[in-house]
Design a binder for this molecule. Sequence first.
Ligand SMILES: [Zn+2]
Length: 235
Amino acid sequence: VPNCNRALAALKEAVLEATLALPASGLATQTWGNVSGVARDAAAVVIKPSGVPYDQLTTDSLVVLSLDGERLEGDLRPSSDAPTHLALYRSFPELGGIVHTHSRWATVWAQAERPIPPLGTTHADYFDGEIPCTRALTPDECREGYEDATGRAIVETFAGCDPLRVPGVLVRRHGPFAWARDVPTARENAQVLEEVAELAVHTLMLAPGVGAMSPALLDRHFTRKHGAAAYYGQP
Ligand SMILES: [Zn+2]
């Protein structure tokens, strides 16, 4: 199927580019971050291999998985977080790309087990409400099927909510996942989540009782950038 192959080749380029942008933008050091993208027509997920230094990554070293985790292409083992990514793609059909990092300020919130409240328009431009924190995993979930359970805990957190309106989450005691309809936007959302997390820590240090911004201001900023009535930027 030539169209599927072209789509997969383009997806590999996008995943590689977003992966290499993680250390460049300060979101990841060592080999901590991972990026994936899904080609829905081919039912194929492209993901970073496990433990390979960023400067050795090429499109050929990326791993292609089915949505159930069967390896379709690639010689290397996929990122150990692959089952989390797959759980999200299976449950959220609108997602096209996912970025997971341990970026510093978002991880501070995750370790504190605190959702990030919307405190200003930087947050509201990208997230239509607080960025939630997942529940604690049970001891059994930590021992067996841990990465898949992490994905299921994220899905539970978004029950009844549109994951594209709040395109990221804090995994409790772990770190952030961000996503979008495509891989470059997922990477952008991961970057913004980190910025918002840092702003929120400092805002609450300066004004511990400040509370969330008004719903009207939140809604104005989110809807002017997203959805049918968006008018931010150039048409
Ligand atoms: Zn992690």
